[in-house]
Write a protein that binds this ligand. Structure first.
Ligand code: NAP
Length: 249
């Protein structure tokens, strides 16, 4: 059987890296996209190869159409059949109120979190949808519980970008439901990864325990398990779902 491949954007670190391991353990080959940190991405690929999976890394800024097209061309040439896409690459910015933010920050945020997800999804649909001669597949978008909470006095722009992802997930799921492609999202709460350093508080996960009903931040592998399930055939009747992985927050 042709090996089935999952593309994970931002798969070199944090939730993306944990997802790469989780899907590799379920038998998928993995393509790991990264933007800057080649060493981390290569380290994850090595781990997957040691599990007996095929894995390679591709550098691309998901917000840049030319780079995304080149990434998918490389997949076409070197990877097995694309069975799934995880739109995980995402950024936050320094904690701020709206009246302190500039447009450059919003453009960076929307380019990565929203345009990146749309672009990669478009290319995946062109390959996976039976309408385009594909064999079906699954997309999982990594949203955030911030889409529900709004991120006040922290990052309302980030929260809005994730709100867009939720709406996109529902719409694309319905658009593709009869074409063999399922589309779902996970909404992580506060997860212990490097991303918090970019909002100016590396220790936020530990400091936030009392805000979380479960009284602790989540781990990347706990989000990865939900993503891997949504990608798998066990989730064969699940599409358009927004799954909170947030410790009850
Ligand atoms: P992270 O540890 O900072 O990792 C982010 C990953 O995204 C990195 O691999 C990074 O690549 C990649 N990336 C960033 N911009 C990119 C771009 N333009 N093109 C390609 N790759 C890019 O973050 P994380 O916490 O794992 O977050 C992953 C996702 O979960 C994000 O969408 C985030 O919004 C969401 N999320 C996280 C939390 C949380 O508390 N951690 C909560 C809710 C939602 P490099 O390694 O090359 O830098």
């Amino acid at each position: 059987m042709t090996p089935m491949t999952i593309l994970i954007t931002g798969g070199g670190r944090g939730i993306g890296a944990a997802t790469a391991l989780a899907v590799a353990r379920r038998g998928f080959d993995v393509v790991i996209n990264y933007q800057r940190d080649a060493a981390s991405a290569e380290g994850v690929a090595e781990q997957l190869r040691s599990l007996g999976r095929r894995a390679f890394t591709v550098q691309a800024d998901v917000g840049d159409e030319r780079q995304v097209l080149a990434m998918f061309e490389r997949l076409d040439a070197e990877a097995g059949r694309l069975a799934g896409l995880v739109n995980n690459a995402g950024i936050v910015a320094m904690k701020a109120r709206l009246d302190e933010m500039d447009v450059a920050r919003w453009r960076r945020m929307m380019d990565t979190n929203v345009i990146g997800t749309l672009l990669c999804s478009r290319e995946a649909v062109r390959r996976m949808s039976i309408r385009h001669g594909g064999a079906g597949g699954a997309i999982v978008n990594v949203s955030s519980i911030a889409a529900v909470l709004g991120g006040p006095a922290m990052y309302v722009d980030y929260a809005a970008s994730k709100g867009a992802i939720d709406t996109f997930t529902i719409g694309l799921a319905r658009e593709l439901a009869a074409e063999g492609v399922r589309v779902n999202a996970v909404r992580p709460g506060i997860i212990d990864t490097d991303i918090h350093a970019a909002s100016g508080d590396r220790a936020r996960p530990q400091k936030s325990a009392e805000l979380i009903p479960m009284q602790r931040p989540g781990r990347a592998d706990e989000v990865a398990a939900a993503i891997a399930w949504l990608l798998s055939d066990e989730a064969s009747y699940t599409t358009g779902a927004l799954m909170d992985v947030s410790g009850g927050r």
